[in-house]
Design a protein around this ligand. Structure first.
Ligand code: SF4
Ligand code: SF4
Length: 151
């Protein structure tokens, strides 16, 4: 079953070095993870007539915008643009990214192989990083966010 789901997707062992550089930077990682993925697959469903198989383009679904904790804590940032794409996420968050990887995990255009790599290799570190910021007066909602995530 797993072989079927992962068939044709990016082999993370081939891109581990560059993927770690992307995940360790302080900018939103979703667009670059998308570009490292294999693109729209036949089992995906989308109501469009054109053939977009293999496309790694942003679908503009807004999942990454909706799930981002930086925008959740500071919704006024969203006044800058009504766009709901990875480019908008990069504009709105810039270098203030928490590196929580929610945007990557929620993106339909990122391969499951890359998502599994993040969950297995980077999530413990991500949660630890956020936990060290609990109690910061500038981030009153972070305590709740991390506590809920750790439950
Ligand atoms: S969802 Fe997380 S990783 Fe993505 S841009 Fe927002 S803070 Fe950064
Ligand atoms: S989650 Fe949606 S809007 Fe964000 S990068 Fe992926 S396809 Fe684009």
């Amino acid at each position: 079953m797993q072989d079927y789901i992962l068939k044709g997707q990016t082999d993370v062992s081939q891109i581990e070095g560059i993927l770690d550089i992307v995940l360790n930077s302080s900018c939103p990682p979703v667009a670059r993870c998308r570009l490292l993925s294999s693109g729209f697959a036949p089992h995906h469903t989308l109501n469009v007539e054109e053939d977009i198989a293999g496309s790694v383009a942003c679908l503009g679904c807004g999942n990454c915008i909706d799930i981002c904790p930086v925008l959740s804590r500071e919704p006024t940032r969203m006044k800058k643009t009504a766009q709901r794409s990875s480019m908008a996420l990069e504009t709105l968050v810039a270098e203030d990214c928490d590196r929580c990887f929610n945007c990557v995990l929620s993106c339909p255009q990122v391969d499951t192989t890359i998502k599994h790599y993040i969950v297995n290799r980077h999530m413990v570190e991500a949660m630890s990083r956020l936990e060290t910021r609990i109690g910061d007066e500038k981030e009153p909602d972070l305590d709740l966010y991390v506590e809920e995530a750790l439950i």
